[in-house]
Design a protein around this ligand. Structure first.
Ligand SMILES: [Zn+2]
Length: 307
């Protein structure tokens, strides 16, 4: 068997039927509200029939139809890590990911240090905080009290064992009840959300006016250019595929001002350190850059099909 055939066999052996999952169709773009879409792919990197669309108006890329919140809740409770393990051909679980998360935590702490060290910022909310390794590292490095929200029970168990306050939920279900946090982090999480606009608006409401917000994206352009395949850049675990243009537009529209961007050493992720702004900006990515991205996507598809 070829490497790809072995990978496909491992994925097919999983007790998960993507086609049978409950899904909803996206009627309006989550970033601009538009309804003019281009279907750019029909399957994802696992071979699942999960079409992705690009919004013709702002360039946001997203899955539609997309699994419901209930289906994603189930997905994170037992399918997600085994699926990623089957894809990569090695065990990836709540224990094995912690080494990688520690390296990640070190890099992100360096980026946050100028804004947190010596400041009065004391509380940290880590949205999608997984095993708590990142929140734990930041709380030790900067003397913070940390809270982790994550939908995966096995990962939350690890976070609790580190002595962190934990909430087992999708952030969409979280009730802050008037609580505010000095630092809010969404580490490797925004692409997993079901409603980015609503979540950012929730975050804007629960962050202290002098607080710091950290978010990072998998840069969609980097993902399809590195694989020279748009399908390989799409995966059911990510309802959204962000670029520099769409993430900046999201942040400004939610009332955040990006202070620093960081192109990660992996040449795939981009991190943003932001502060709450006093006003919102409705600016969207320029039409020219949206058209340029759609042309580039088509070029990558055509050129790779011709090889
Ligand atoms: Zn749009």
């Amino acid at each position: 068997m070829t490497v790809n055939a072995e990978r496909a066999a491992r994925i097919q052996a999983l007790p998960f039927d993507y086609a049978a999952q409950p899904k909803t169709s996206v009627a309006n773009c989550n970033l601009c509200g538009g309804s003019s879409f281009v279907i750019i792919t029909h399957r994802d990197r696992y071979g699942y029939p999960s079409p992705a669309c690009a919004c013709s108006d702002c360039g946001l890329v997203f899955l539609t139809p997309v699994m419901t919140a209930g289906a994603y809740g189930e997905f994170y409770n037992g399918t997600y890590r085994p699926l990623v393990s089957a894809y990569h051909g090695r065990l990836i679980d709540a224990k094995t990911i912690q080494g990688e998360q520690r390296d990640y935590a070190w890099e992100r702490a360096e980026l946050l240090a100028p804004y947190v060290q010596g400041s009065r910022l004391r509380s940290l909310l880590d949205i999608g905080g997984s095993t708590g390794v990142v929140a734990h590292h930041l709380s030790q490095a900067f003397g913070l009290s940390a809270t982790v929200i994550d939908p995966a029970p096995l990962e939350v168990e690890e976070a609790r064992a580190l002595g962190l306050e934990t909430v087992t939920a999708l952030v969409e279900e979280y009730q802050p009840d008037g609580r505010r946090f000095d630092i809010v982090g969404m580490f490797q999480t925004v692409d997993h959300l079901l409603d980015i606009a609503r979540t950012l608006s929730v975050v804007r409401g629960l962050i202290h006016p002098d607080g710091v917000f950290f978010v990072d994206i998998v840069d969609f352009r980097a993902a399809y250019l590195r694989n020279w395949s748009v399908e390989e850049a799409i995966k059911v675990d990510h309802p959204y595929y962000l670029t520099e243009d769409t993430m900046i537009a999201y942040l400004r529209r939610a009332g955040f001002e990006p202070l620093r961007a960081d192109y990660a050493v992996d040449h795939l992720h981009i991190s943003y350190v932001c502060r709450p702004a006093t006003s919102q900006h409705d600016a969207l990515p320029a039409r020219d850059s949206v058209r340029a991205m759609l042309r580039e996507i088509r070029y990558v598809q055509n050129a790779s099909a011709a090889r």
